[in-house]
Ligand binder design. Sequence first.
Ligand SMILES: NC(=O)c1ccc[n+]([C@@H]2O[C@H](COP(=O)([O-])OP(=O)(O)OC[C@H]3O[C@@H](n4cnc5c(N)ncnc54)[C@H](O)[C@@H]3O)[C@@H](O)[C@H]2O)c1
Length: 330
Amino acid sequence: MKLGVIGCGLIGLKRAEAGQKLGLDLVAAADLDLGRAEALCARFGGRPMGDYREVLASAADLVVVAVTHDCLASVALEAAKAGKHILLEKPGARRADELRPVLEEAAARKLAVKVGYNHRFHPAFLKARELVDQGALGPLMYVRGRYGHGGRPGYEKEWRMRREISGGGELLDQGSHLIDLSLWFLGHFSEARAQLPGYFWKAGVEDNAFVLLSTPGGQCAMLHASWTEWKNMFSFEIAGTWGKIAIDGLGGSYGTEQLAFYRMLPGMGPPETTIWQYPFPDLSWERELAELAGAVAECRSPMGGLDEALEVLGLIDSIYAGTEKLGGQG
Ligand SMILES: NC(=O)c1ccc[n+]([C@@H]2O[C@H](COP(=O)([O-])OP(=O)(O)OC[C@H]3O[C@@H](n4cnc5c(N)ncnc54)[C@H](O)[C@@H]3O)[C@@H](O)[C@H]2O)c1
């Protein structure tokens, strides 16, 4: 399979590296900043371009779209029109309406499109999925997630803080990962409430998102994403009626990834505790790309496709619009 990369920033590089590890042949890479495309191709091969349409005209079967939020959906739409399978970076667009035409075009052409919610492919989340599917926790009641970092000098001048480019702040950035993970475990949410303060980075978008989501059956997701978390942190808990999972860390600056499974005993009291640790390099990028390549080869939809990304964006839209009731699925 031949790979193309559009957007050669931090994540474009990670995706190109994952492609190389999977043995995909990088044929072309483009960035508005040609120097970035050249630097990526110098490491991973392929022809550097300054215009993404040249990647769409290349022999690539699958393209990574890792551009800024304002261009994600429009570039993905052109990629679908060119008949390419797509790994589209999260959140896929600034708003759900921008993403819908991509879904329609890809469906009409039977293309596989995966949105880059790579956290589902972290080993602790794969283990959590297995435990939940085995019924080890019993029926699920709620999830509680926290995710944050503290930015860097000049962060307020970067594109993420410019609403016309990013579409919003930390809710759309790390918050979208937490919402995606919550959807994966609890299913559709029918209500969304949030507070979106800007405490520190005085830039016109929220730097913290406190979110409460609920399903029609009353299961809740309580989420906090923060750009003022001075020590990087990640925590995600999944609570069932007779057990609980606590995931901490994502590797690197977020600390060693681990999953603790607490099983309530018939007499209650201290639970039986099993801990898995994953002090390994982050393989989620390769696993996610492998899932998409597998979906292409097997002519099936990838796990974590456009439908689910649209649902995440629908919830985010409703929060930004101040609408709390979604009246059914998001
Ligand atoms: N999956 C994850 O965990 C994760 C983590 C960080 C960022 N992201 C997402 O990845 C995407 C890119 O983020 P980043 O951190 O790599 O940003 P970045 O600023 O490092 O890189 C973005 C690149 O896209 C280029 N670009 C913008 N518009 C373009 C266009 N029309 N054609 C060609 N190139 C264009 C820019 O010049 C820049 O080099 C965003 O959607 C972001 O939310 C995902």
